[in-house]
Design a protein around this ligand. Structure first.
Ligand code: BV8
Length: 250
């Protein structure tokens, strides 16, 4: 894919770059996206029916096993060229913010720092009742581990539907989206709020918005640049064009 020269110019001149990623950025690492047909055992459930406190109260074992299955996939996954390209972009942009909806921690494993995790992280576990992070618990062999402090059930440290996002993360994300020169929305279906509002906030505040996604989304017709392709292919190409444009100016 050829990256438009006008986009490279905008990026090279940008002082503040903000990126929002969704599960599409981890697709090439082998982590299923959120709304792809759930493979295997989970084909018959909709993620929205598993990723809620109601689902957990109703059937904690099912929800816990769904997350154990996803945690195993994430543990075996490796960051892909899309993740590494964003580490590179952070080195180039004078001011850079990386906001992710993903819970897989692959940005951090690729070397990204100060990642704004809007929806938590599947590798962390917390007590359902006390909301405190629990790093170790006695393995009684029971599928459902218990909190060592209060005996309550443990759950993944992720934000479920109907749960509020962490205040500090969402306000930092809104601030970074409302005050950037270029906003890149990568690998997200742009349907889950309040994260999905961020690209539109960037648009409203005058940023140039770039969408990278093989499929159209509610953002596509409003973005100034739409790169319809896989993040693992498009982002390295974008960075290569950006770096050659910057070095040709030196
Ligand atoms: C809340 C963690 C309020 C769990 C997730 C308006 C305002 C506020 C809320 C709402 C609202 N309208 C509706 C709501 C409620 C709800 C919501 O948005 N529902 C949707 C379904 C309509 N929002 C909430 O409940 C949020 N909470 O607002 O609370 C509140 C306030 C005070 C007090 C109480 C309550 C909480 C939302 C967070 C839910 N948790 N994840 C877990 O992971 O198990 S969301 C989940 O969806 C994931 O985090 C995922 O990242 C996120 C978004 O999905 P995507 O990342 O976009 O993934 P998806 O599969 O959809 O799309 C993948 C895309 O990648 C596709 O476009 C595909 O084409 C593309 N792609 C594929 N391959 C590639 C690629 N792109 C590039 N390269 C590739 N190779």
């Amino acid at each position: 894919m050829t990256i438009p020269g006008s986009l490279i110019q905008r990026l090279a001149a940008a002082q503040r770059v903000t990126v929002l990623t969704g599960s599409g950025v981890s697709a090439e690492s082998g982590v299923p996206t959120f709304r792809d047909a759930q493979t295997g055992l989970w084909a018959k459930y909709k993620p929205e029916e598993l990723a809620t406190p109601t689902a957990f109260r109703r059937n904690p074992r099912l929800v816990w096993e769904w997350y154990a299955w996803r945690r195993k996939i994430v543990a075996e996954a490796k960051p892909n060229p899309a993740h590494f390209a964003l580490v590179e972009l952070a080195r180039i942009a004078p001011k850079f913010h990386l906001i992710t909806q993903n819970v897989d921690g692959l940005h951090q494993r690729a070397g990204s720092e100060k990642v704004i995790e809007l929806h938590g992280n599947i590798t962390r576990t917390k007590c359902f009742d006390e909301d405190t992070i629990i790093s170790k618990w006695s393995d009684t062999g029971d599928v459902l581990p218990k909190c060592p402090h209060c005996g309550g059930l443990l759950r993944p440290d992720v934000v479920w539907f109907e749960e509020p996002l962490p205040e500090s993360e969402i306000s930092l994300a809104q601030q970074a989206s409302g005050s950037c020169d270029v906003f890149l929305s990568i690998g997200t279906s742009t349907v889950v709020y309040p994260a999905a509002a961020l690209p539109f906030l960037a648009l409203k505040s005058g940023a140039i918005v770039v969408e990278i996604n093989p499929q159209p989304t509610p953002l596509t017709e409003k973005a100034q640049f739409v790169l319809s392709g896989a993040a693992g292919a498009v982002l390295p190409e974008l960075l290569a064009s950006l770096e050659s444009s910057i070095s040709s100016r030196k």
